[in-house]
Design a protein around this ligand. Structure first.
Ligand code: C2O
Ligand code: CU
Length: 431
């Protein structure tokens, strides 16, 4: 903490080298280390300041994905940090407890910067709304998992070029969890909360255990779900998070795997977008004796209730060919303005048979419907990124808060980072 009571974090982005597998170390980028960055953590009501120093050979930014904050502090493409410079955004945290994250957002370069290793988690706590019964000892029974796929060449260099025909970007053939290949976790408690983050630029994961066991989904991007939801699969597209609680048996190992995802596109496009892929994610090794965990609560948080499913649509977004409504991102064009403290209903439709999702800065939104149907249980909490299946409109309700700035825009975009870099992004201001 600094003398003003701010919680201060220091991040330094720099090149590094990491031994991912036998042979040469891989050239990576990292924050305060060779790859990825520290988990930042702060409570609702606290004012935080992050001093971000850029010791990379090129300009980058750091964006606080999922955070409600003033546009000037957002870390999008309008807040570049030149090599050698330090950027020090600060804001007061005012949102429910959630698993957020941070990553670069330089215009046209985001996929490469994230792939090289610039990303970290930002956990928000809300001591006034804590829920008894959820595992919450960080590193013991509350584990952050940054899941990213990687493709290495014979010299262990990161392959940064996508294959021809592939319309989503670089797909790896191995999975890193927290920057480690073939990871495992030694389980010491009966139940463990996993904070899953899809930190990949292109790949959609469909997580499940190889023994078919079920688990409870307790959280989405912006906080806890209204109630735990028991399932054996949870699908996450790039940028999305889910918190799950898994029950283990003493001594019985379990493997978390990504099964072929349902991309909602045709077979051809699915194949070239990773739709047929199965990848092992990590192993859990429970001890011979496990400390007991409390039973999960049956209620977790209030459900988002910004608008009814029948509310009129205020804006439509058509995603196709790297454009939104026929326009590609232009740093000098503000696409629209929204009025503070108002609720809008947006309808997003993808029409080019490619996998897309949709992310909005500054707000957490409510999913009203997917193709006219009520959202599935995992989409009934706060979201900032949602998958958009082809030709099936997704309706969301958003409420823009008090951070007005007529000149500095927030972004909305596809979080398939190759699509974002190609221009599937737009800008809005809150006034
Ligand atoms: Cu996670 Cu605009 O980004
Ligand atoms: Cu896309």
């Amino acid at each position: 903490r600094d003398p003003d009571g701010r919680r201060v974090f220091d991040l330094r982005a720099a090149p590094g080298r990491r031994r991912l597998r036998p042979g040469r170390p891989t050239e990576t980028w990292g924050l305060n280390g060779p790859m990825l960055g520290p988990t930042l953590r702060a409570a609702r009501g606290e004012t935080v300041q992050v001093n971000v120093r850029n010791d990379l050979p090129e300009t980058t930014t750091i964006h606080w994905h999922g955070m409600h904050l003033p546009a000037r502090m957002d870390g999008g493409p309008h807040q570049p940090i030149a090599p050698g410079a330090t950027w020090s955004p600060y804001w007061t945290i005012d949102q429910p407890a959630a698993t957020l994250w941070y990553h670069p957002h330089p215009h046209g370069q985001t996929a490469r910067h994230v792939y090289r290793g610039l990303a970290g988690m930002f956990i928000v706590d809300d001591p006034d709304a804590s829920v008894a019964g959820l595992p919450s000892r960080y590193g013991v029974d509350d584990i952050p998992l940054i899941v990213q796929d990687v493709l290495l060449d014979d010299d262990n260099r990161l392959v940064e070029r996508r294959r021809p025909m592939n319309g989503v970007g670089v797909l790896g053939d191995q999975v890193l969890v927290n920057g480690v290949l073939h990871p495992y976790h030694e389980v010491t408690t009966e139940r463990v909360r996993l904070r899953l983050l899809n930190g990949s630029g292109a790949r959609v994961y469909r997580f499940g255990f190889t023994d078919g066991r079920s688990f409870a989904v307790v959280g989405s991007d912006g906080g806890l779900l209204p109630a735990p939801y028991e399932t054996d699969r949870i699908q996450l597209s790039p940028g999305e998070r889910a918190e799950i609680v898994v029950t283990f048996r003493p001594g019985r190992r379990a493997v978390l795997r990504s099964h072929p995802p349902d991309l909602g596109v045709d077979v051809w496009n699915g194949r070239f977008s990773g739709g047929d892929d199965t990848l092992d994610v990590m192993e859990f090794r429970p001890a011979a004796r496990l400390a007991p965990s409390p039973a999960l609560p049956s209620r977790l948080a209030a459900a988002p209730a910004l608008a009814a499913a029948s509310a009129p649509v205020t804006r439509r977004f058509e995603l196709s060919g790297f454009s939104v409504n026929g326009r590609r991102m232009d740093m000098n064009r503000i696409d629209f303005g929204v009025v503070r403290n108002t609720t809008e209903v947006w309808e997003i439709t993808a029409i080019d048979s490619k996998p897309h999702n949709f992310h909005v800065h500054d707000v957490q939104f409510q999913v009203l419907s997917v193709d006219g149907a009520p959202p599935p249980p995992e989409l009934r909490g706060w979201k900032d990124t949602v998958y958009i299946p082809d030709r099936r409109p997704v309706r969301i309700a958003l409420r823009f808060g008090e951070h007005t700035d007529p000149r500095t825009p927030y972004m909305f975009h596809c979080h398939v980072l190759y699509h974002e870099d190609q221009g599937l992004m737009g800008q809005f201001v809150v006034t």
